[in-house]
Write a protein that binds this ligand. Structure first.
Ligand SMILES: [Zn+2]
Length: 44
């Protein structure tokens, strides 16, 4: 799953081990990128 650096906004590929760091700025706070924010909404 892709991640986005919370510091510079660069997209970062997730690496094995579950720990990722931004290769551009070295920031270690990343958030999961969600390309689609589709919501499941009940229409009942
Ligand atoms: Zn960064």
């Amino acid at each position: 799953m892709p991640y986005v650096c919370m510091h510079c906004g660069k997209k970062v590929k997730a690496m094995d081990g579950g720990f990722v760091r931004c290769p551009a700025c070295g920031y270690r706070a990343l958030k999961k990128a969600r390309p689609n924010l589709a919501r499941e909404v009940s229409t009942d």
